[in-house]
Design a protein around this ligand. Sequence first.
Ligand SMILES: *Cc1c(COP(=O)(O)O)cnc(C)c1O
Length: 353
Amino acid sequence: MSYSLNKKIKNLVPYEPISGTYNIRLDANECTLNYNEHFKQIAVDAVNSIEFNRYPDPTCINIRKSFADFYGIDYKNVTVGNGSDELLFIIESAFLEKGQSLLVALPDFSMYEFYSSVAEVKCVKFEKDSKLNIDVDKLIETVNKENVGLVMFSNPCNPTGQGISKNDVIKLLNSVNALVVLDEAYMDFWGEENSLLKYVDEYSNLIVLRTASKAMGSAALRLGFAVSNTTITNALTAVKSPYNVNTLSQTIGANVYKNKDFLKKQINTIVENVDLLYNKLVNISKNTSDFVVFPTKTNFVLVKTSFGKDLWNYLKENSVSIRFMGDYIRITAGTKEEINTTVNLIEQFISER
Ligand SMILES: *Cc1c(COP(=O)(O)O)cnc(C)c1O
């Protein structure tokens, strides 16, 4: 007897996080500040209050109410996941029928395509234009031509930093029979007026995803949220594993989202910082060929350059970690000090080149 791994998993490699320690971590679009004392106290109180011998609340009621209240929506439209990553996998595994395809618009968040291979779903790859935007009419045409059952994209997009207007998203929703998953992981930075969060009851084919990992500074908790009409929400709740979100994260998260004013202020600061980073990088690009800076609606800036790998290495040697992605580098907005240090190093690298 012998066992060998099947074809779809045989060559998979585990996700490799950045290894090593760095003084400045600008590689994963996290909030670069840890919890303040008040939020740490929320975590301590959670530890002291929960029943560790009991299973978590499968309905996640407190965190759903708190999340829904933050955004002014109905908690009955919310499903909670162990990070939005878990929700992506559940949706790709459960919401397509045999023969239907997933469509992704590249470049985009790499996990969409990754999960499709495990879920044995064919993945149609739509290419963005040279400015990294989506031509929505062309996208609609492709969806309707290719038996696409699920369209998934981030808005605003990681890694491009670009956003699709609400009107374009609505046009897409109205023009396809496919389910549209709108990953709004970075929408807190662009602004709620661009979000489809409040439209889920109007469209039978819409799921909006949000996360506590970016603007809320809570990546360690692993909290992701799917917002959809109650038909989809019921289905999502039925297919997820009942105890997918642990009690500690539910309890801390429920109390973190109650600090609306603080969180909004934190988001404003991050937006200020990303503007600073963007302006400084644009300044560099004025005197540097082969260094194209993309505008951003997120908490990071994408730069197209052919010397990204050398620059990435140089920064690493100076204890600064950014993301290298082939023709591009992606830099998360840190604190003003972190931005100054990083930009100074980039200028130094370019002048010595
Ligand atoms: C960071 C990120 C997420 C968040 O994933 P979690 O599992 O909630 O931490 C989702 N989508 C995109 C596009 C992201 O960049």
